[in-house]
Design a protein around this ligand. Structure first.
Ligand code: ASP
Length: 582
């Protein structure tokens, strides 16, 4: 028996008990006549004491050799501590050690195994197994487990069945590149790893499973923008005989359940916003609505006043920044510089201060009277003390730029409180999205998403305006989940592939199995997938998903601990019928 108790378990009530503990040496304090050792495991920390008067000299010597992270086993008596440590749950007691066994010595770890470590990110990732011994990482993994269990239990209670779907499949179009796996037994042929289980979950509906879910790994070979991982986890779901409303209800219920159970936050009905409104009011399809600063379009108020820059633009749009009228010239210039950075890409920005005394002053006083500026203030909802910032240009990029500024300012002003949760549904996404590069429409969600029946006729005349039965769950400026009601008949699906530029042969080769299945009584169905890593990070109050992944990859998609990806040797290559050209 390695242990009778864990290192987090013993209390005053255990005094005089004989116990055995196993764990890692966190630290030792050696006063010569007395040695203290902090012994740690996943459950906590217990102090051990070796005392010259009560411990054999042989054991004193052995204890003196213990180094950080040695794995040891001790047996001894629980005694009352002389100086108690109220910070530690086990702080009332210590173990007077009678037997000490070194189970495994340890090299000195390359960074300290403390809550605040001296190890940089790179080093900690290389020795991630040591990093995981640290409380913050350990607690994040336990938190992830807790969220996962709540999700499983909730969905299971709601009648969902967890079904596993294969990883070695064929391309699923979620808009990224596939990771591919060469087949040894089928020379020259490749599997693709799933970007999501999309087609399989639809086939499970054809198979009559009715309510499916899976906490599942997905793989997307994308350029890794900030805080993305090439492999990530989804809570993937699908339901048969449902309309959009049914799906929103169930998954709003799940989200509310998680917020209550995990954060103790009660949230009423989630607001819903159309995609068009989200873009107009926030310049973004995943608006952070924890704070205001809604966009106000100023075309009518700001054009034809002699200010050339505005006259020529498609869109003039502003926001009121609360309490920022007191910003100095220098602070405002800094903001202007910020929007001009290539990452944001604006040409410039106009400002107007609505001073505390009710006067207004702007960077374009030459063209706009105080009356004009008052009208801007009214439109943007600015109060005395606020700063109005205005950008202009073509509608899409200006909205994106102002959205970036809005988020930047909210962070600066401390309006993005991680203890606050503001979920909403964004609905009525466009079905198609124009792609400048290929000069073609792409499915905005994926090609299995159904158009709104009332918009179908527009497919011929104005495809860009066709709305889809597609929805996203957004929280605190993040997309938590997204899904759609699917097409479930062969004709519509074939038509959709046609719109998306697939020839019938290509469609058949890639998705023939799905269209075949649709001919055998496919029920109406729809679903959603939540990004599990992101959901956990938001509930946990952290910004990065990496903090909640046991073995994450770095920004270039590498696992620096195991050093992957790596080369294959020639024998393996030839067995896989592969030749490497670089
Ligand atoms: N497969 C979709 C995705 O990964 C989710 C869905 O439509 O259910 O985004």
């Amino acid at each position: 028996m390695y242990r009778s108790h864990t290192c987090g378990e013993l209390r005053e009530a255990h005094i005089n008990k004989e116990v055995t503990l196993s764990g890692w040496v966190q630290k030792t304090r050696n006063k010569g006549f007395m040695i203290w050792v902090d012994l740690r495991d996943r459950y906590g920390m217990t102090q051990l004491i070796f005392d010259e008067e009560r411990t054999s000299s042989e054991m004193m010597e052995k204890a003196a050799q213990l180094g950080r992270e040695f794995v040891i086993q001790v047996t001894g008596k629980v005694i009352e501590r002389e100086s108690k440590n109220p910070q530690l749950p086990t702080g009332d007691i210590e173990i007077l050690v009678a037997e000490l066994k070194i189970l495994n010595p340890s090299l000195t770890p390359p960074f300290t195994i403390e809550n605040e470590t001296d190890g940089g990110e790179e080093l900690r990732m290389k020795y991630r197994y040591l990093d995981i011994r640290r409380n913050p990482v350990k607690e994040n993994l336990m938190f992830r487990h807790k969220v996962g269990m709540k999700v499983r239990n909730y969905l299971s209670e709601e009648g969902f069945i967890e079904v596993e779907t294969p990883y070695l499949i064929k391309s699923t179009p979620e808009g990224a590149r596939d990771f591919v796996v060469p087949s040894r037994m089928n020379g020259g042929q490749f599997y693709a790893l799933p970007q999501s289980p999309q087609t399989f979950k639809q086939l499970l509906m054809v198979g009559g499973m009715d309510k499916y879910f899976q906490i599942v790994k997905c793989f997307r070979d994308e350029d890794l923008r900030a805080d993305r991982q090439p492999e990530f986890t989804q809570i993937d779901c699908e339901m048969a005989f449902v309309e959009q409303e049914d799906i929103l209800n169930i998954f709003e219920g799940l989200t509310r359940h998680l917020l209550t159970e995990i954060k103790g936050v009660e949230i009423g009905e989630f607001p819903r916003m159309t995609y068009a409104d989200a873009m107009k009011k926030y310049g973004n399809d995943k608006p952070d609505i924890r704070f205001g600063m809604e966009f106000a379009e100023l075309n009518d108020l700001a054009k034809n006043k002699g200010f050339n820059v505005f006259d020529q633009q498609e869109l003039i749009v502003g926001i009121a920044v609360p309490g920022a009228a007191s910003y100095t010239r220098k602070q405002i210039d800094k903001l202007i510089e910020w929007v001009k950075r290539p990452q944001v890409g604006a040409n410039g920005m106009v400002w107007a201060k609505y001073n505390e005394d009710g006067t207004l002053k702007s960077s374009v006083d030459k063209f706009y009277s105080e009356e004009d500026l008052k009208a801007w203030a009214q439109e943007t909802g600015a109060n005395a003390g606020d700063l109005i910032l205005v950008m202009s240009g073509d509608a899409n990029s200006t909205r994106a730029q102002l959205s970036a500024l809005r988020m930047h300012l909210a962070t600066e002003l401390g309006l993005r409180n991680s203890k606050e949760f503001a979920p909403l549904w964004v609905v009525d996404f466009p079905l198609l999205e124009w792609d400048e590069e290929t000069n073609r429409y792409h499915a905005m969600h994926h090609p299995f998403t159904s158009p709104k029946p009332e918009d179908i006729k527009l497919l011929e005349t104005d495809p860009g305006t066709v709305r889809a039965n597609a929805y996203d769950l957004v929280m605190n400026g993040n997309e938590i989940g997204g899904g759609s009601i699917r097409i479930h008949d062969k004709e519509t699906q074939a038509k959709m592939f046609d719109y998306l530029g697939f020839t019938p042969e290509e469609a058949k080769a890639q998705f023939g199995f799905l269209m075949d299945a649709f001919q055998f009584g496919a029920p109406p169905h729809g679903g959603i997938a939540f990004g599990f890593d992101r959901l956990v990070a938001i509930l946990g109050g952290h910004e990065t998903i990496r903090d909640y992944i046991a073995f994450p990859k770095n920004n270039s998609g590498r696992d620096i601990m195991i050093d992957a990806p790596s080369k294959l040797d020639d024998a393996q290559l030839s067995e896989l019928h592969l030749k490497v050209t670089e």
